[in-house]
Design a binder for this molecule. Structure first.
Ligand SMILES: [Zn+2]
Ligand SMILES: [Zn+2]
Length: 334
């Protein structure tokens, strides 16, 4: 096993274990030619609709602001805080009404229902950068980034996987209901209608022109939903792809996870992925002073106002190792 350079010097550079493979084949259950059409079509359509943002007719500053706010509200609260740190890793507890509200924000990111998202992410932790990992970039970067979403993987798309990795989620009536009757899809359609109608009403009322109302409504739809959704997709996917390829390591975990400052900043804290793999349940992903973790700051705020409790902190053992510049090997799990 490769030893670390001195991580306490501010020059972290722990290398992954020598035994770790450089490349991986597809997971065994993958049928590369069997396209999952609902994913392929929605993925393509959303990217094309997001490109409408380049046409001046669809531009409005309100739309741009909504896209940015949406990154933080839907992406950070819905995916980072709820899907990731709360539901998958149980790094904190919040009141049930707040948990469900945050989960709906996550559903609005069109990244699968909580049960499927969480099952896949837990499987990733158990087999990180090994062949069963659903999205290791050691297959190819593009596979780890988005290719894995678009083709059949029998090891993921089966009841046993849900039973094994997301039983706790499916036992909850609310999350089970999201799976039935395409409720997750209706929620996504409803947010699009709401953005459009709000823009239509405001644009029409402020200008007195119906066509201006339509233009403003479509601008909010394109920027506030399509641009935002696609941006959050690529940010989440970068955590799967970029941070398993490039960056530095604070901990000698037994996979290829890295801390990547660019993903760390853009994703509001998910880019400190090597820290996360070292102790997956820990609600704080930034372990050094410069590893800004806006999601964790948000959790601390919720804790301060009494809306979060049992927040899991880095263990003393982990922090001592980090301070002493020692490396550690961790066991896979979530
Ligand atoms: Zn990972
Ligand atoms: Zn995780």
């Amino acid at each position: 096993m490769t030893t670390s350079t001195d991580v306490s010097s501010g020059q972290p550079g722990t290398q992954p274990a020598e035994s770790h493979p450089d490349r991986l084949p597809y997971p065994i259950g993958v049928a590369p030619r069997k396209i999952l059409w609902p994913y392929a079509i929605s993925n393509t359509v959303y990217h094309l609709l997001a490109l409408l943002a380049f046409l001046p007719w669809f531009f409005s500053w309100t739309g741009v602001v909504l896209a940015w706010l949406g990154l933080n509200i839907f992406g950070t609260l819905g995916i980072n805080l709820c899907y990731y740190r709360l539901l998958t890793h149980q790094g904190l507890k919040v009141p049930r009404w707040l948990e469900y509200t945050l989960a709906v924000l996550g559903v609005c990111c069109l990244q699968d229902t909580p049960a499927r998202w969480i099952a896949i992410h837990r499987k990733h932790h158990q087999h990180s950068d090994e062949q069963p990992d659903p999205h290791s970039p050691l297959v190819t970067f593009l596979w780890g980034h988005m290719g894995w979403l678009l083709v059949e993987n029998r090891e993921v798309n089966n009841i046993a996987t849900y039973e094994k990795y997301a039983r706790d989620i499916l036992r909850d009536h609310f999350y089970f209901a999201l799976e039935k009757n395409f409720l997750w899809l209706w929620i996504n359609l409803a947010q699009g209608v709401l953005f459009y109608l709000a823009g239509l009403a405001i644009g029409w009322a402020t200008t007195g022109q119906y066509l201006e109302g339509v233009r403003f409504g479509l601008s909010l739809l394109v920027w506030g939903v399509f641009v935002r959704t696609v941006a959050v997709w690529h940010i989440t996917w970068s955590v799967n792809s970029v941070t398993h390829m490039w960056g530095y390591r604070n901990y000698d975990t037994d996979e290829n996870s890295k801390n990547n400052w660019l993903v760390g900043i853009v994703s509001n804290g998910e880019g400190w992925h090597n820290n996360h793999h070292a102790e997956p349940r820990c609600a704080a992903h930034g372990h050094r002073w410069w590893e800004l973790d806006v999601t964790y700051r948000t959790i601390r705020f919720l804790q301060r106002v009494g809306l979060a409790k049992d927040v899991v902190m880095p263990s003393e053992k982990l922090l001592k190792k980090l301070a002493a510049g020692k490396v550690m090997a961790t066991e896979k799990g979530w």
